[in-house]
Design a protein around this ligand. Sequence first.
Ligand code: HEC
Length: 103
Amino acid sequence: MKSMLWVGLALCLLVNGNPAFADKDLLMKHNCFACHGIDKRKYGPKLVEVAGKYANTADAVPMLAKKIQTGGSGVWGEDIMPPQPQVSDADAKALAEFILSLK
Ligand code: HEC
């Protein structure tokens, strides 16, 4: 029984020790998790896969920030990401930077 406590504590430290954790709030705020998982494919691509795809792309941050706001399809298949004009320029940039840091 006691060992379960240690496992729980270790998991807490692991999650809280991740510097990227705070930015998940922004993904929650804008409902991105409805279609995306960090490392699970839902309706949209896994966010770690997106990070991997653009790891060596110059200007990936402004490109993805724009795509987050205007939506689109055809890069990951036929599924469409709807336009999300409610996401501010600053939030879109922060989201793009966070996603690209995930690999
Ligand atoms: C209704 C479902 C849906 C929601 C909500 C959604 N997405 Fe997407 N997203 C998609 C789909 C589908 C794609 C694949 C589009 C494509 O193939 O071009 C995608 C692709 C992306 C990509 C990769 C773009 C590319 O060109 O490679 C990023 C980055 C992304 N989404 C971020 C976000 C963020 C951040 C949010 C929240 C503000 C969000 N998405 C909300 C469905 C969604």
